[in-house]
Unconditional design. Structure first.
Length: 229
């Protein structure tokens, strides 16, 4: 599994033509529609209904995807990559890998309130995503691995740590979705503290790390999950 380096800069995107922009808008509309159906737990939805939701023609669908399964895979990957990029923009400059892991985890947990559709989509694919090489998981693995190397965590197996964190995240999502009145921030921060202590951090330090201020997570509500509309 490739682990991304912290702070890598992406090269500037090349200009695109009007035709390419139109193609991008169509593809983005299809992906947004697919994300909605996945989040609703409707993987058996027919292609025609997807194109109707996206307001594009059936022929346009097959100009971009060979099958519904390929579209759904792209829809999930899109969420993973975009959320991963968003997290990097918030926490990419944190030098302590243990704090970076905690901040990313706390931000991800807040998605259950800030971006419920994307959170539902991730939960619907949770078993396949915990060890994914896209989006959130490789960033968590990177920070767990570095924290172990620097002596911040004492757990010896980074992938085991990732699996524990992923399982906790699924449980958090289930709890918060079924208990809408529960305070999400407090619940997520308590879960993150528990993870940090399981990874070898003292309870006092885990509490202090999880009490540190986060970026303004309300910005998550305004960030696009797909390409241009």
């Amino acid at each position: 599994m490739d682990v991304p380096e912290r702070g890598d800069d992406e090269p500037p995107a090349a200009p695109v033509s009007r035709l390419e922009r139109r193609k991008m808008r169509t593809r983005a509309a299809l992906i947004r529609a697919a994300q909605g159906f996945i989040a609703q737990g409707r993987p058996a939805v027919p292609v025609l209904e997807i194109t109707q939701a996206a307001d594009v023609g059936m022929g346009s669908f097959y100009n971009h995807f060979d099958s519904k399964e390929q579209l759904f895979e792209a829809a999930v990957t899109d969420v993973l990559d975009t959320l991963g990029t968003v997290l990097d923009s918030f926490t990419g400059t944190i030098p302590d890998p243990a704090e970076a892991f905690a901040a990313n985890y706390r931000l991800c947990g807040r998605l259950f309130r800030q971006r419920p559709q994307e959170a539902a989509l991730l939960l619907a694919n949770s078993s396949a995503l915990i060890l994914s090489d896209r989006g959130l998981s490789p960033r968590a693995l990177r920070d767990i691995t570095t924290a172990i190397d620097q002596g911040r965590f004492t757990i010896s197996d980074p992938e085991l740590g990732l699996a524990i964190a992923g399982g906790t995240f699924v449980g958090l999502g289930t709890l918060l979705s079924q208990r809408p009145d529960r305070d999400a921030e407090t619940t997520v921060d308590q879960a993150t503290e528990t993870l940090l202590t399981a990874f070898g951090m003292s309870p006092a330090e885990a509490h202090e790390v999880c009490s540190r201020p986060l970026p303004d997570v309300s910005a998550l509500q305004d960030l696009p999950v797909t390409g241009p509309a």
